[in-house]
Design a protein around this ligand. Structure first.
Ligand code: ATP
Ligand code: MG
Length: 422
């Protein structure tokens, strides 16, 4: 036998027994977003490398070491998208969706980052992202957070904590940056190698360090909050007021700076302690500078993305799996007449019961083996049709989940009986 080829490390198949939960999650999200008036946009998975360098920032983990970048046959540098915001803004600009209008958009699909694979962290993972353009007030920040809160409620996810921070505007950050560089230079001996490098390139990211030995020096650092303008403080205060009025609780986390360069003002993350180290299931914020950075007119923008693998892992800890749709009926057919009548009957049932989940047995075989397959399908009922039954206009109906008896019913009554039972 030929050697089998394996999937790429960190890229997982989502198997048939897992897809119902994925569909459930995606369906709930799609429903909530539709009800808030958000429209889906679908972008290519591959973009020009330049797009990500310019938007995410050259000195970020993603661009420095996580991108899947390659040359295509024309010699262009292309990259598998590591996130969706850059492509969404690119598509919006290119198609005239952003200038002088408001847009509420969402997208979903695979993202690619060459990280160290571990639980909750993969090289191909999936996000649903939401972006709102052309709205500068804190009301839209609030709406986005309310969407996520509603989602957790409708998905039955508990124990998620909302962490909130504001990063101010680019100018305010630049001034703060100088203060921060001074502070860290005074404490140079307490910095690790990564942070010393960041001191030159991206000192704010030092605050994001996961090195426990630097916890102290980071905790003592001056905060951005002390360096914000009235307008920025007011934006943040209004958002917090809105959250309070809506009864959404949150924790202020001044260390929350987010891994991407393009954020301004509001940033937030939803975090759980049930998934170990990879506890952030949703993250987002305002990025008022990005549209201009990518060649558009200055445009307010705010969005978030959620990691579906992590949400699936959370859902697996709830009773969501019990709410997934299952097969209603498995049709067993014994004999040639029964076979042809059965296939026809299945179509008649599908005509009158549009939601019926019905598997018609295919592939022949004896009663025992057909019944085994019915059992394995997890169907709620088996219908048993033999040549004798066809002659009498009857069919057997047996509940498979409890030990109910098989009853003989009229074929013509079957649809009505199923409609009552299901
Ligand atoms: P992290 O700090 O966990 O690396 P991030 O800040 O890099 O996350 P974002 O770019 O904000 O993540 O992406 C939004 C969400 O996408 C994350 O909160 C997470 O749920 C999910 N996500 C990010 N990277 C991965 C990955 N490699 N595998 C699985 N999910 C991921
Ligand atoms: Mg990351």
């Amino acid at each position: 036998m030929a050697k089998q080829i394996q999937a790429i490390r960190g890229m997982k198949d989502i198997l048939p027994q897992q897809t119902p939960l994925w569909q459930y999650l995606e369906g709930r999200v799609r429903s909530v977003l539709g009800r808030y008036g958000y429209d889906e946009i679908r972008m290519p998975i591959v973009e020009m490398t330049e797009l990500f360098k310019r938007s995410i920032g050259e000195v970020t983990d993603i661009v420095e070491k996580e991108m899947y970048t390659f040359e295509d046959r024309n010699g262009d540098s292309l990259t598998l998208r590591p996130e969706g915001t850059a492509g969404c803004v690119r598509a919006g600009l290119e198609n005239g969706l952003i200038f002088n209008q408001t847009q509420r958009l969402w997208y979903q699909g695979p993202m690619f980052r060459h990280e160290r694979p571990q639980k909750g962290r993969y090289r191909q993972f999936h996000q649903i992202g939401v972006e709102a353009f052309g709205l500068e007030g804190p009301d839209i920040d609030l709406e986005l957070i309310l969407i996520t809160a509603r989602l957790w409620k409708e998905l039955g996810l508990q124990g998620l904590e909302l962490q909130l921070n504001t990063l101010g505007t680019a100018d305010e950050r630049a001034r703060y940056r100088d203060v921060l560089v001074d502070y860290f230079q005074d404490h140079h001996n307490q910095l690790d190698e990564d942070s010393r490098r960041r001191l030159e390139s991206n000192p704010l990211r030092i605050l994001d360090t996961k090195n426990p030995e630097m916890a102290e020096v980071v905790a003592q650092a001056p905060t951005l909050m002390e360096h914000l303008s009235e307008t920025s403080l007011d934006h943040f205060a209004q958002l917090r007021q809105g959250l309070d009025s809506a009864g959404v609780s949150y924790v202020l986390n001044p260390r929350l700076v987010r891994g991407l360069d393009y954020y301004s003002r509001t940033v937030f993350e939803w975090v759980t302690d049930q998934l170990g180290a990879q506890g952030t299931v949703c993250a987002g914020g305002r990025y008022d500078g990005l549209v201009e950075q990518l060649g558009g007119r200055p445009t307010s923008a705010v969005g978030f993305a959620m990691g579906l693998e992590r949400l699936i892992a959370l859902l697996e800890t709830t009773d969501a799996t019990q709410q997934l749709p299952t097969v209603d009926l498995y049709l067993i057919m014994m004999g040639e007449t029964a076979k042809s009548r059965g296939m026809q009957l299945a179509e008649e049932l599908r005509d009158v019961l549009p939601d019926l989940r019905l598997i018609s047995h295919c592939g022949g075989g004896g009663f025992k083996s057909q019944f085994k397959k019915a059992d394995k399908s997890q169907a709620r009922y088996a219908a048993i049709l033999g040549d004798d039954e066809v002659a009498k206009g009857e069919i057997g109906l047996k509940p498979l989940r409890d030990n109910g008896e098989q009853q003989q019913v009229k074929i013509s009554d079957l649809a009505g009986i199923l409609a009552d039972k299901l």
